[in-house]
Write a protein that binds this ligand. Structure first.
Ligand SMILES: NC(=O)C1=CN([C@@H]2O[C@H](COP(=O)(O)OP(=O)(O)OC[C@H]3O[C@@H](n4cnc5c(N)ncnc54)[C@H](O)[C@@H]3O)[C@@H](O)[C@H]2O)C=CC1
Ligand SMILES: O=C(O)CCC(=O)C(=O)O
Length: 419
């Protein structure tokens, strides 16, 4: 394995690559390649046995030219400053590529939540919310779920914020439970945009998605919903899936929903009784499939592994799953990569719908949410393809960044000296 790529440097390289095709000054590029603000703090909580424990926590506010900072909160032992900075920057370009009126932010706590009881997790989350309170708000910075966080954590943060502010502020956070101001369709939105991106990409490339073989690395919120929707709505054939416990495979096709039920029951996809064989995650990533969906964490595929990838198309459900070297190898090998900032943008797009509903106190049906989501993703895909063809770009990632960078730059320039 090559040395682990630094995700913040990966982001900066992606912005620079787009900058070569956009009318942007060196100063502007520098400004748009680093966060405006970083909260770096420690959270001390009482464990159930009465002892104290301290955890590192961060919130990066990368850029707010197009609106309030927006992005999830991650609980994972690997969270560090550079990861949060990268994830917050990817949010800027993601919200721009799907054209929703936000900037980008991201937060995280360096913790393995499986080692905490529910009471400890609640104390940790409320402690983080107290640290976040001065810098978040309905029009300032709006957090949301990411890896290992969901409706429960979002509701704790909302409750802490509203208590301290002595007000109601439903739109201070998204990804909430439905009866607390959450939106229909949010839980499945990230997987839905992955499915829609795959459908648009296969159509553009003149390939059939019906019956296409699919492997999914990471079977959490993003990966398992993408698999289920690809199967139920597009008749794709999910033949392998994995999580941190390992991978399972059935070349005749797995039942994506049944595998999810098995994981909910047992905590892992492995030992699924209907699977033909068990594989390693590395073996899954190099399987000969029509579509590969990395849906776990950054740097899942490095240059060495990229040389072994046998998929024709990769749709990135995770943020930053390819190292920059892997991206180069795959581009040279003609593997079509649909970038994270488009493919997983369904989550933040429906978060935007949730926030709009909260502000209007008028709630939409799931059908309307899914219809609007589809429109945003299809329009964004079309915009990406136009940039790809117009600038004769080397891959879809650079096209997505060109579209996004141009939008962010326009907002920045309109806020100061008019061009
Ligand atoms: N939840 C959301 O709305 C959004 C999530 N994302 C991105 O999608 C990715 C996954 O997030 P979620 O599904 O929300 O997290 P999750 O916590 O629901 O699921 C993560 C899954 O990845 C698996 N995993 C972890 N390390 C692995 C490894 N080395 N190999 C294979 N599997 C591994 C875990 O076992 C778990 O099944 C992350 O990159 C996240 O930033 C992006 C946009 C929105
Ligand atoms: O829903 C949101 O606001 C952000 C989701 C997120 O963190 C992401 O897209 O990576």
């Amino acid at each position: 394995m090559s040395e682990e790529a630094n995700p913040f440097e990966s982001l900066q390289g992606q912005i620079r690559a787009a900058g070569e095709h956009v009318d942007v000054s060196e100063g502007e590029l520098r400004r748009l390649s680093r966060p405006e603000r970083l909260l770096s703090t420690n959270l001390t909580i009482e464990r159930d046995d009465g002892s104290l424990d301290t955890f590192r926590a961060y919130r990066a506010q990368f850029n707010g030219d197009r609106g309030p900072y927006k992005g999830g909160i991650r609980y994972h032992p690997g969270v560090d400053e550079d990861e949060v900075k990268a994830l917050s920057g990817w949010m800027v370009y993601k919200t721009a590529v799907v054209d929703i009126p936000y900037g980008g932010g991201k937060g995280g706590v360096a913790v393995d939540p499986r080692t905490l009881s529910m009471d400890e997790l609640e104390r940790l989350t409320r402690s983080f919310a107290k640290e976040l309170r001065p810098i978040i708000g309905e029009d300032k910075d709006i957090p949301a779920p990411d890896v290992n966080t969901g409706q429960r954590e979002m509701n704790w943060i909302k409750d802490t914020y509203e208590t301290l502010e002595n007000t109601t502020a439903t739109g201070v956070i998204t990804g909430k439970a439905i009866d607390s101001g959450g939106s229909e369709g949010r839980v499945r939105a990230t997987g839905r945009s992955v499915m829609l991106t795959a459908r648009e990409a296969f159509d553009y490339l003149g390939r059939r998605i019906e019956g296409a073989t699919v492997a999914v690395q990471g079977y959490g919120n993003a990966g398992s919903v993408a698999a289920q929707l690809l199967e139920s709505e597009l008749d794709a054939n999910i033949i392998a899936v994995s999580d941190s416990s390992g991978a399972i495979c059935d070349r005749a096709g797995l039942d994506a929903a049944a595998v999810r039920d098995h994981k909910d029951r047992t905590g892992a996809v492995t030992d699924y009784p209907e699977a033909d064989e068990e594989l390693t995650n590395e073996e899954l990533l190099s399987m000969d499939v029509d579509l590969l969906i990395p849906a776990a964490l950054e740097n899942a595929i490095d240059a060495d592994l990229a040389r072994q990838v046998s998929a024709d198309v990769i749709v990135e459900a995770a943020n930053g799953p390819l190292t920059p070297d892997a991206d180069d190898v795959l581009t040279e090998r003609g593997v079509h990569v649909l970038p994270d900032i488009l493919a997983n943008a369904g989550g933040v797009t429906v978060s935007y719908f949730e926030w709009v509903q909260n502000r209007q106190r008028f709630y939409w049906s799931e059908e309307k949410v899914n219809r609007e989501l589809k429109r945003h993703i299809v329009d964004a895909f079309d915009g990406l393809v136009s940039a790809f063809e117009e600038h004769d770009l080397r891959n879809f990632r650079t096209a997505a960044y060109v579209v996004a960078l141009e939008r962010v730059l326009r907002a920045y320039r309109e806020g100061g000296t008019w061009p």
